[in-house]
Ligand binder design. Structure first.
Ligand code: HPA
Length: 266
């Protein structure tokens, strides 16, 4: 960790970010527009390369409206074959760099029948169905507790802030529970029915590991899903990654303005 942090500090002229943002599939544009320093993951000691289409794979540092931000433009996923500790390492790095608030974003399928493609959903809570947990293994008690409390992973005051920002911008928001599967296959119609019955509103393949680790090490978390599709059902037809990226493209203007407003008011 010290090697990683020293390298990043040196490459960014000792930039000290207070807010971290992980940009999900198709939502990476913010880091193209605001970029004071950028480091490809491949150059950072102990980081892993992002391989997913629509993801660039670099750590971007920028001062936006007087707030110092570090953005992950593209994330690593469990389904790529990386371990849970590998994919959550960047969260620990952000913590070590001084980040206090982490905004997690993703593309997700709608399970809630009231959601439509290009809706934004504020994550109120999550259900971990990935079959594992990023905190498995010896505990580093300097970072957090062995058995961390999970009653407010997504901080209520941040949810309220996001809602206020959205209403100011006249962006309508959905709210709901994010269900995480490991992927990479999308869900079967029977799985979607199950997720709906068990309380999921949106389904995806990320975010839960990072949120779990962020909560564990004391970061305030806000989660935003960009609903890119109706999750598979007998009636909604076949789902492709292209469709997911396309819907994220439609949503990205309002996504970007919402994120900027949140940053400004944090
Ligand atoms: N399921 C899982 N992950 C996803 C989906 C989906 O329907 N859409 C975008 N990411």
């Amino acid at each position: 960790m010290q090697t990683t942090v020293d390298f990043i500090r040196e490459r960014t002229n000792n930039f000290k970010p207070e807010i971290g943002i992980i940009l999900g599939s198709g939502l990476g544009e913010l880091a193209d527009e605001y970029c004071d320093y950028a480091i490809p993951y491949t150059e950072i000691p102990n980081f892993i390369k992002s391989t997913v289409q629509g993801h660039k794979g670099r750590l971007v540092f920028a001062e936006i409206n007087n707030k110092k931000i570090v953005m992950m433009q593209g994330r690593n996923h469990f389904y790529e074959g990386h371990s849970m500790s590998e994919i959550t390492y960047p969260v620990k790095v952000m913590k070590a760099l001084g980040v206090k608030t982490l905004i997690l974003t993703n593309a997700a399928g709608a399970v809630n029948e009231n959601f439509k493609p290009a809706d934004l959903m504020i994550i109120t809570d999550h259900i971990n169905n990935m079959g594992t947990n990023p905190l498995i293994g010896p505990n580093d008690s300097t970072l957090g507790e062995r058995f961390p409390d999970m009653t407010e992973v997504y901080k209520k005051s941040l949810i309220e802030l996001a809602e206020n920002c959205a209403s100011k911008l006249k962006i309508s928001l959905q709210k709901g529970v994010y269900w995480a599967n490991s992927g990479p296959s999308y869900e079967t119609p029977a799985e979607i029915k199950m997720i709906r019955k068990l309380g999921g509103d949106a389904v995806g393949m990320s975010t839960v590991p990072e949120a779990t680790v962020a909560n564990y090490c004391g970061l305030d978390v806000l989660g935003i899903s960009c609903i890119t599709n109706a999750a598979s059902s007998e009636t909604s037809g076949k789902l492709s990654h292209e469709e997911v990226i396309e819907a994220a493209n439609i949503a990205k203007a309002k996504f970007k303005s919402l994120i900027l407003e949140i940053i400004t008011n944090l």
